[in-house]
Each structure stands twice: as C-alpha cells, then as structure tokens.
Design a protein around this ligand. Structure first.
Ligand SMILES: Nc1ncnc2c1ncn2[C@@H]1O[C@H](COP(=O)(O)OP(=O)(O)OP(=O)(O)O)[C@@H](O)[C@H]1O
Ligand SMILES: [Mg+2]
Length: 273
C-alpha cells in the first residue's frame, strides 16, 4: 500500500522546520510547575512532580519514559481531559488550569486533535461518519461536515474507503481514519499517545509519514508519546520523563525522514489503486 498523502500548497504557509527552531515562535503549550496527585481511598499517587515545559508552534515533540513515569497523565492535562492538582497550564494563550469541565470540553473541540494507540473508532460507523463526529460536537453543518471529512480522508490516502467500517480496514488504515478525525476541526495541536503501539513496523513508518507531513507542510504542532526510540527519531525534539519529572529534553538535529524510508523499502502488495 502506498500512503498517498497530499497536502495542498496553499495550506503549507508555515515552514514548521524553521519555526520549531525559532525561539520567537508562539508557545502553544506552557506548563509551569505542574503537579498531579491521584487520590484513591487513602492512597496518594504523585504522578507529576513539578513539570515545566514550553512547546512552540510548529514543533514535533516525542515524549518518552518508562511505564508509570507520568506521560499519559501529562497528555491528559495537555489535552484538557484532566486538570493539574497544582501549577499552571496555558494552552494557545489561554489559562486552562482553572477552567470548568464544560469550558475544557469547548477548548478540546476547538483546538485539539487526539490520536490513540487503540484508534478509538466507533465500530458500527463508517470511516466517513467517524471523521465527521468531532464536527457534530462542534456544531458544523452537514454539508460542511461531509466535505471536510472527504478531504481529510483524502489527505491521509483513504479516498475510496469512506464507507468501510473499522473492521473492514487494516490497522494502519484505521489509524489513518483516526488521524483524519483529529484534523477536521483544524486543531492548533495534535496529541498522539502511542499511535504506532499496535502497528507493524512498515505501517508505523506510514503513520509517521503522515505526522511528519502534517507537521512540516501544514505547520501543525505535534506531541506524540512513544516507547520506541526509532519512532521518537522522527520528531525534532525528545522529552524524557522519569518518576513524574522531566529527565531529559533535547533536539534531534537530523530526524528520520519517513517518506524517504518508505521510498527505499521494497514494495508490498498494493491494496489501493
Ligand atoms: N486515574 C488514575 N488514578 C490513580 N492513579 C493513576 C491514574 N492514572 C495514572 N495513575 C498513576 O500515575 C502514575 C503515572 O501514570 P501514567 O499513566 O501517566 O504513566 P505513563 O508514563 O503513561 O505509563 P505507560 O507508559 O505505561 O503508559 C502511575 O503510577 C499510575 O499508576
Ligand atoms: Mg501511558
């Protein structure tokens, strides 16, 4: 299968590669001394112990660290699914640490796209309807929902698969539906928690190709959790967690290039075109 991601030139105004290294680029995420304590009965788990992190527009950041180090906890906070016990979180210029549940839900649908390890698609619904769903919540009208979904599916190489249900798609195709779904509300930021965790290595590279194109050609800011070093190497910055703290934070000068690698891989049987 060839991933046939196309992104139109007019959408590629932002050169993310330049922006990412530009200290002047606008911060999209600002975490200041964020703590998260989970209380279960009389047991307290201190999952985040003072995280300070700034991620700027156009960056592609991989989050790594051992199991239980706090990665998903931080992603839940960044994604406005949860709030810090202590500390401040400013998303795209807005302080969300004190917002109510409803306000956070609005911010989520306006500014954020989510991609998960298990795809999280509705099983009895077509690819097209899955992609339309976030726009339904955002109050976009039916005609616009349809056209944006078709375009998003096209942009991840799934034209012709719109009416397939998830169980009629491969794992990589399901993840591409999930990426299309994450795009339709035109988010400032896409959050992906182990998006290649359930995929074989070639399919993982195909998914990383899509993320790299979204980042480089559309300037979308990306934060991606992974356990795999070779997946982190597609990003341009790596943040490593340990015991609820940031242990390392470094740039990758020459990230792997997924398109180039796919070009060099031997062809597998085509399932499209
Ligand atoms: N809802 C919760 N209630 C109580 N404790 C939790 C909850 N979610 C996470 N924890 C605890 O917080 C700590 C951090 O968990 P978290 O899920 O953030 O780790 P992680 O780095 O994402 O791990 P993994 O790589 O296994 O996904 C762990 O000790 C975990 O047990
Ligand atoms: Mg996790």
């Amino acid at each position: 299968m060839q991933a046939t991601l196309e992104i139109r030139p007019q959408e590629a105004q932002i050169n993310a590669g330049l922006l990412a290294r530009d200290e002047e680029a606008r911060p999209v995420i600002e975490l200041e001394q964020v703590h998260k304590i989970y209380t279960m009965g009389d047991v307290e788990v201190h999952a985040l112990r003072g995280i300070s992190l700034t991620i700027r527009e156009g960056e592609f950041v991989a989050i790594m660290g051992t199991s239980g180090s706090g990665k998903s906890t931080m992603m839940n906070i960044i994604g406005c699914l949860d709030h810090p016990t202590k500390g401040r979180y400013v998303l795209d210029g807005e302080d969300v640490s004190e917002m109510s549940k409803d306000e956070r839900a609005d911010i989520r649908s306006q500014k954020l796209g989510f991609v998960f390890q298990g795809f999280n698609l509705l099983s009895r619904t077509s690819a097209l309807e899955n992609v339309e769903l976030p726009m339904l919540y955002a109050g976009v009208d039916a005609a616009e929902r349809h056209s944006r979904s078709m375009e998003a599916l096209r942009s991840v190489g799934l034209s012709g698969r719109e009416h397939n249900h998830p169980n009629q798609l491969s794992g990589g195709q399901q993840q591409r539906v999930a990426i299309a779904r994450s795009l339709v509300n035109r988010p400032a930021l896409i959050l992906a928690d182990e998006p290649t965790g359930n995929l074989d290595s070639r399919t993982s590279i195909e998914v990383m190709e899509i993320f790299q194109k979204l980042n480089r050609e559309r300037g979308i800011t990306l934060v991606l959790v992974t356990h795999e070093h070779d997946i982190a190497e597609y990003a341009d910055r790596v943040v490593v967690f340990k015991d609820g703290r940031i242990k390392e934070d470094y740039r990758i000068e020459n990230p792997r290039d997924a398109s180039e690698e796919l070009r060099l891989l031997p062809d597998v049987e085509q399932d499209e075109d």
